[in-house]
Design a protein around this ligand. Structure first.
Ligand SMILES: [Zn+2]
Length: 218
């Protein structure tokens, strides 16, 4: 191959740097660069200015990075949300998932006051709630009676034995007045679903009261 002039080589250099030349041209330029300092310098300068695509790569990388950051932020937000949800669920479970407190004579005592009103005394450390009906007219053994259904419920946070959040500085029982108690003939304790009896009649009063405990009677 005949020796190429510097002018020809320098014309070819941009293509050579971009690597879009044929193998023959590449060889030609390679050979020339090995022997010619001037063209070598030209080549080096050109390679440096050609490093622009590298910068573009950096930008692309930054974009990817930004995207990833956004993803990360979403992930963090997501896990914060999930954590909050989980905490709420645990909180709900601890404080709102109600379980019936089983009746015991030491724990729950119905007491008739001098004025005839009924009071429910609760001797446990805490409870989550009390359910009590107004007197309901029911026929028991051929007799019409006004009965009150009641129960105390606990949660994990509030139970007869736990002082979960509050100090128990109470002296004596926690009292609750039985509504319209002067007309009440009997108080039944246990789980009850009045709707089942009154609205859907899936259950008879007899069936319901058999599952409950008679804890006070006139
Ligand atoms: Zn040259």
């Amino acid at each position: 191959m005949e020796k190429a002039s510097c002018a020809v080589i320098q014309d070819l250099l941009p293509l050579y740097v971009d690597q879009v030349v044929s193998e023959d041209t590449k060889k030609l330029v390679n050979q020339h660069l090995q022997t010619c300092r001037a063209c070598q310098k030209e080549y080096e300068q050109m390679s440096q200015t050609m490093s622009v695509p590298v910068e573009r790569d950096v930008k692309v990388f930054e974009k990817i990075n930004q995207k990833w950051n956004r993803k990360k932020v979403l992930l963090v937000a997501g896990s914060v949300f999930l954590t909050a949800l989980l905490c709420t669920a645990v909180f709900m479970y601890v404080f709102y998932f109600e379980k019936l407190i089983p009746y015991s004579e030491d724990l729950i005592v119905i007491e008739q006051q001098k004025d005839g009103k009924l009071i429910s005394n609760y001797y446990g450390k805490s409870h989550a709630g009390i359910h009590m009906t107004h007197p309901i007219e029911v026929e028991i053994n051929g007799e019409i009676k006004n009965i009150t259904l009641m129960n105390y419920v606990q949660t994990i946070g509030n139970s007869p034995t736990s002082n979960f959040l509050q100090k128990d500085e109470r002296i004596g029982p926690l009292t609750f007045q039985v509504p319209e108690s002067k007309s009440v003939d009997a108080v039944y304790y246990g789980h009850f679903d009045v709707e089942k009896v009154m609205l859907t009649q899936e259950q008879t009063w007899k069936e319901l009261l058999q599952e409950m405990t008679l804890i006070w009677e006139k």
